[in-house]
Design a protein around this ligand. Structure first.
Ligand code: GLC
Ligand code: MG
Length: 284
């Protein structure tokens, strides 16, 4: 354990030293100074979760990104994450992932489009506003705490997303208990630890469908990839879902995900394996 912790420490230091900072600055400066190539003839959308899907294996990520760079004219790259928008941007930048075309953050509560001409993200206000009807965070927090849930930090709370730790709540009956007490939104449980209560009609699945619709793409032009509980909604809603090899929360055996492609490879290599599967089968 000592050896593992000591090694992890020296690895963490490398992430924060001047070499690493220099690499990030160089990449960001390049992004600002080189002409941007936006998907021009896009006919496909690929949406990936971040933690334990796109990220988690750097060698696999490099391989995935080289495929993505070769296909960026046609394939719109989207991210769908439980993280907040800023946390998602920070981790993607730190891992040298080129700026995606769209970021779905806070488990589907926010959508940001990247404007390549102005080089900045723009929040999709129509999406966020559509979620706020009947959203009463105080009443929801009272109910959640009464059921044994413990609030996550302030930064994790967003309009349309109230997030908790499981605490002493019974995860098997939680969704039903909430419903019985008047909650009409979506209950998302991940890693046996996180509970997100989302506005009705929200979640990664609904957000991906919205993004595809804005892009004018049909359901069969969309592929999504994920690994855990908060990906179930988008994996279920999509015709061509990829479950990466390192998936958790029992999603491999989830009855509503029998149509998913379960990759043998893990993390970003699993995404690539799934993408190639759907390409070869002529489905995407
Ligand atoms: C991310 C978010 C957290 C959420 C979890 C599961 O860790 O930061 O708020 O509960 O994903 O969706
Ligand atoms: Mg994940």
């Amino acid at each position: 354990k000592w050896m593992r912790y000591a090694e992890a420490g020296s690895e963490a230091v490398r992430e924060y030293d001047w070499q690493a900072h220099r690499a990030i600055y160089h990449r960001l400066i390049k992004e600002i100074t080189l002409p941007e190539i936006a998907p021009s003839a896009h006919d496909r959308l690929l949406v990936c979760d971040i933690d334990n899907t796109l990220l988690g294996d750097r060698a696999a990520l490099r391989e995935f990104l080289s495929w993505q760079q070769d296909h960026r004219q046609n394939v719109v790259l989207g991210i769908a994450t439980g993280r907040s928008f800023h946390s998602a941007q920070a981790i993607l930048a730190a891992e040298n992932v080129p700026t995606p075309d769209v970021i779905i953050s806070s488990v589907g509560s926010c959508v940001h489009w990247y404007d390549r001409d102005r080089r900045r993200f723009v929040e999709d206000a129509a999406w966020s506003n559509s979620l706020l009807r009947n959203w009463d965070p105080d009443a929801l927090a009272n109910l959640a705490v009464a059921l044994g849930l413990e609030p996550q930090g302030f930064l994790e709370q967003k309009p349309g997303k109230a997030s908790f730790f499981v605490g002493t709540a019974d995860v098997n009956t939680l969704a039903e208990d909430l419903r019985r007490n008047g909650f009409v939104g979506e209950t998302v449980i991940s890693h046996g630890r996180y509970v997100d209560l989302l506005a009705r009609g929200s979640g990664k699945g609904a957000a991906v469908e919205y993004v595809a619709q804005i892009l004018g793409l049909e359901p069969n032009q969309v592929v999504v990839a994920g690994d855990s509980g908060n990906d179930i909604a988008m994996l279920r809603a999509c015709q061509h879902p990829i479950i990466v090899g390192n998936a958790s929360d029992g999603i491999r055996d989830h009855p509503a995900l029998a149509h998913a492609y379960t990759a043998r490879a893990t993390h970003a290599a699993g995404i690539l394996e799934g993408v190639q599967h759907f390409r070869k089968a002529g489905l995407w």
